[in-house]
Write a protein that binds this ligand. Structure first.
Ligand code: ATP
Length: 649
């Protein structure tokens, strides 16, 4: 018997690749925005289009385009969100000199590197605009420019002066860059966006090299860059064609546009992928319901297509568990184990009893608490809030000023055996690798003295790091004392400063950046050393507890989403508001009145992303401040049936 009738509905999107090939080969070509929902196979679609446009798969007009590209030495540029995505696309595409795939950071740096005068002008202009904006905002406040704010503004002015004195800018898209002229990832994007808008030669170079640019995860792509690129494609036939792929329902970073679909010009094509190839029917139905929900406090439109599961994926298990958020962390952990057991019974899968399910706890503070590295994480947030947590691009390695702690000392620690004995061969390798053997004294007596000093410091480091009660400060003492590694001046200055931590600001009180950072250093030096290793694992995205970084583009057979606002940190996200355990706040209503994005909007998208990672079974665990109210609201909604709801006792 033929299988065709059973799978007939799986072919809903069969024509989309050809549609897109049509847009790109029209004369003049047409830009497009592809609505590609969760699990819709957008990478596959992208790769199939690229194969046709570069002559790998036979396609009449694609072949002509490939010949033109080759004749003028041009290529199609694909911009992705992570290095991992670059590898996936390159792997599926194989050797193809007509396509260049890179992250947005690498793409931008390729365009501007070496143009030092332009980079300087761009960064000064960007900082100047920031200074003017922040000054105007502070002046508009009832208390005007406070001394703390003035210090921040002075810092921006000092940054501008430093930029003016910088001759050469250096950067590497794959890692943090240090030293004179080093640029942060964000600055490279800012500078490129500014230059594309203000330097017509750069626009010409861009079009000449890459007449077609396809951007994956466009909902999270930095808006400045996207705006700059979108402004060049009009009018049609201008020499640049854009293809934006994305799912605005899955926007989880604040860099992107809040409602990209509404910004897409009417002249663009808007193809859609309607299938969800990843999840069982029950999960697809749930994510459709979540996105359509008419919730109080929602301002984002419910635009986008309803998804269809594959016909053979007709099952799936979903459960919602509600517990009291005032329970202790230990009780919550026990509660979550009970939920896993319920999931095992409902799904019949032993994965739930063997810990082989993915726990998604997206709030960084919740991950830090469950992972026992909250002190380390909180200190890093104070030192540099923008780099303390991993980002979706996978580029984040923690605050620059603490890199020695996270890299050199981690490697040195790995040379110490469980018995406390140092593997000298391995330790020498570490010092060699960080260039610490290059400037040893030439005279043998001096040299022996230095070796002895280093050995003593390493022994003291080994003893301190093996002590379970040791703090970061205690472990650092011998390292800094013997100058074992090159140290960021901010770290050594903070360590030498023995003044006490400034008091934390009272609620509503403004704190200067300097005080905040000082509090961070004091907290870090007092943090148990053992937490740093866990923090490092988390930054690298290798934690069992997933972060945003893991979630982007990932899929797992069984997923447990833990929602606990108490540990969410900040008021950006509130699951309890979505599920009815907490009422909307005054500022939520003000945002609704102004049509601005609300907590409900952000949380709904996060919920959408997490739920859509699950293939077979999905457990949602809500720790609510009013479980009864939440349960009533959930029962009224059509998200779950009665037998899918459980109370955690
Ligand atoms: N046409 C298809 N037929 C069968 N399976 C497919 C098809 N396209 C994708 N898949 C499978 O469906 C799953 C989801 O695909 P993929 O991860 O590419 O989706 P996506 O659009 O990138 O999703 P998300 O945005 O949610 O990360 C994968 O397991 C993939 O192998």
């Amino acid at each position: 018997m033929s299988a065709a009738p059973i799978f007939a509905n799986n072919e809903l999107d069969a024509g989309v690749v050809e549609q897109i090939c049509g847009y790109l080969t029209e004369d003049p070509p047409r830009s497009y925005f592809l609505f590609a929902g969760a699990g819709s196979g957008k990478t596959r679609t992208l790769v199939e289009v690229l194969r046709r446009m570069t002559g790998v798969v036979q396609h009449e007009k694609g072949g002509q385009l490939a010949r033109r590209l080759r004749m003028y030495g041009r290529s199609i540029r694909v911009v992705t969100y992570t290095k991992n995505a670059v590898a996936v696309i390159n792997g599926r595409l194989g050797d193809n000199d007509l396509v260049g795939v890179s992250t947005i950071h690498a793409f931008c740096w390729e365009l501007i590197s070496g143009f030092n005068d332009d980079i300087r002008a761009a960064l000064v202009a960007v900082k100047q605009a920031q200074l003017e904006k922040e000054t105007a905002e502070a002046r508009a406040k009832p208390r005007g420019i406070t001394p703390a704010k003035q210090r921040d503004l002075d810092e921006i002015k000092a940054d501008i002066e430093a930029l003016k004195l910088t001759d050469v800018f250096i950067y590497h898209p794959d890692r943090e860059t240090h030293g004179a002229g080093a640029l942060a990832h964000k600055h490279v994007l800012d500078a490129t966006a500014w230059l594309l808008r203000h330097r017509s030669t750069l626009q010409t170079i861009l079009k000449d090299r890459h007449p077609i640019i396809l951007i994956d995860e466009s909902q999270d792509t930095m808006k400045g860059m996207l705006d700059a690129l979108m402004s060049f494609v009009e009018p049609k036939g201008n020499g640049l064609t854009l293809g934006l792929l994305g799912d605005h329902r899955q926007r989880i970073y604040t860099d992107g546009h809040s409602d990209l679909p509404s910004l897409v010009p009417a002249s663009w094509a808007t193809p859609e992928l309607q299938m969800n190839h990843r999840s069982q029917r029950r999960i697809v139905t749930l994510i459709n319901r979540i996105w359509e929900a008419e919730l109080e406090g929602r301002t984002q439109p419910a635009n986008g297509v309803e998804q269809h599961p594959r016909t053979e994926k007709a099952g799936g298990v979903v459960r919602l568990f509600v517990g009291d958020t005032s329970r202790s962390p230990e009780e919550k952990l026990a509660g979550e184990r009970w939920c896993a057991d319920q999931m095992r019974q409902a799904s019949g899968s032993d994965a739930w009893s063997q810990g082989q399910y993915q726990l998604l706890a997206l709030e960084h503070k919740l991950v830090a608490t469950r992972g026992s590295f909250l002190d380390a994480y909180s200190a890093m947030v104070l030192i540099d809030p923008n780099s303390a947590a991993p980002t979706g691009s996978g580029e984040n390695k923690g605050p620059t000023a603490v890199q020695m702690l996270l890299n050199e000392l981690a490697q040195l620690e790995a040379c110490v055996g469980t018995d406390g004995v140092i593997d000298e061969f391995k330790a020498t390798e570490v010092f060699r690798c960080f260039g610490r053997l290059e400037n040893m004294p030439e005279h043998y007596v001096e040299r022996a003295k230095r070796f002895e000093e280093m050995l003593q410091a390493i022994s003291a480091f080994a003893a301190a790091s093996a002590n379970p009660g040791a703090t970061v400060g205690q472990v650092l003492t011998p390292v800094l004392g013997a100058n074992l590694f090159e140290v960021d001046h901010r770290l050594s200055e903070a360590f030498a400063d023995k003044s006490p931590a400034p008091p934390a600001p009272a609620r509503g009180e403004e704190e200067s950046k300097k005080d905040r950072i000082r509090r961070g250093w004091c907290a870090l030096f007092a943090t148990p050393w053992s937490q740093l290793q866990k923090y490092r694992t988390y930054l690298a995205g290798n934690s069992l507890l997933a972060t945003h970084q893991v979630v982007k583009g990932s899929e797992f057979l069984h997923v447990m989403v833990v929602m606990d606002d108490k540990l969410a940190g900040g008021n950006q996200i509130s699951y309890d508001k979505i599920f009815g355990g907490v009422q909307l706040s005054k500022s939520d209503w003000e945002n609704v009145g102004k049509g601005k994005e609300t907590t409900i909007d952000r949380t709904l998208r996060l919920l959408y992303v997490t739920c859509s990672r699950a293939q077979e079974s999905l457990a949602l665990v809500l720790w609510s401040s009013d479980p009864e109210a939440a349960l009533n609201r959930i029962t009224e909604s059509d998200w779950f049936s009665g037998d899918e709801l459980f109370v955690i006792r």
